[in-house]
Design a protein around this ligand. Structure first.
Ligand code: SAM
Length: 272
């Protein structure tokens, strides 16, 4: 085994198959989202996953996993989740994966016999220097017809541009003072440093998919949940940013909304 990788296999929960999942692992990700486009898109993602994933037990690979699952409970309950994360604190924070691997998703590869029905990589690719290596790893690790769900910031949005070109200390400041997250920037806590590799741009990601046997079955750019969050917490600042965004939108050609700060994409590996 690579020296930098420590493998920690958690015993499968005793009652994994027979007991209802306790209420505390309801996807906080969904409950915590303010009403708006982000929540709506995540609900659509859930319905696609529920409809398209095969019946029975599922093998899921979560690349870069924190404490919160973005998966619908109906899927999570019948899954064996393997999480790979480079940060030991994040591995410790993760309570829903059955198997946790401390490793780098750019280089970590599963043995040939281990393939997945679903790979989820949520709020992670923007932090990765070599996204192509990550995506190649995903192509290898997916079963034919397997699904890949990516959630990421849109680098061509207002928040994407600000995040990409501002220093990390500003991200920490924003999380602490605008989002009100007191522990932001502490070990194992967001925000994490960003790289914004060119493949984070949705158009480039789709071109990569087309060239690597992946079919786009869902794509949605949506208003970042930071906007409704800010409207509630900091109405004056939000009004100022909303006005600025509206002005930029009117100046830009086409129907671009610079508030579309995030996207979801679901890809299917072609083949049988
Ligand atoms: C913003 S957090 C997202 C965590 C989780 N997916 C979520 O949305 O709550 C980014 C995660 O990516 C992990 N990460 C960053 N670079 C990584 C790499 N090269 N390999 C594995 N994990 C990585 C970080 O440790 C962190 O847990």
């Amino acid at each position: 085994m690579n020296r930098s990788l420590a493998l920690a296999t958690r015993p499968a929960p005793l009652t994994e198959l027979t007991m209802p999942v306790p209420a505390e692992i309801h996807p906080e990700s969904l409950l915590a989202l303010p009403p708006g486009e982000a929540k709506q898109s995540l609900l659509t993602v859930h319905s696609i996953l529920e409809a398209r994933l095969p019946a029975g037990r599922l093998a899921i690979y979560e690349a870069g996993g924190g404490s919160t699952s973005y998966l619908p409970l109906g899927v999570l309950r019948r899954s064996h989740v393997t999480v790979v994360d480079i940060d030991a604190d994040q591995i410790r924070n993760n309570s829903y994966a059955q198997e946790a691997i401390l490793g780098d998703i750019q280089t970590y590869r599963f043995p040939p016999g281990q393939r997945f029905d679903l790979i989820i990589c949520y709020n992670v690719i923007e932090h990765i220097p070599d996204v192509e290596a990550v995506l190649r790893g995903f192509c290898e690790a997916l079963k034919p017809n397997g699904l890949l769900l990516i959630g990421a910031p849109n680098p061509k949005s207002l928040s994407g541009i600000v995040t990409k070109y501002s220093p990390h200390w500003f991200h920490v400041w924003f999380y602490r003072h605008v989002r009100g997250e007191k522990h932001a920037g502490l070990p194992g806590e967001a925000p994490f440093p960003t790289h914004f590799h060119p493949l984070v741009t949705l158009g480039n990601l789709e071109a990569f998919a087309a060239g690597h046997g992946l079919q786009v079955i869902y794509r949605k750019k949506y208003e970042s949940p930071r906007y409704p969050e800010m409207r509630r917490r900091k109405p004056l600042l939000a009004a100022l940013i909303d006005a600025g965004a509206k002005a930029i939108n009117t100046l830009l050609p086409g129907k671009i909304d610079v508030r579309h700060g995030d996207y979801h994409v679901i890809l299917r590996k072609l083949g049988s």
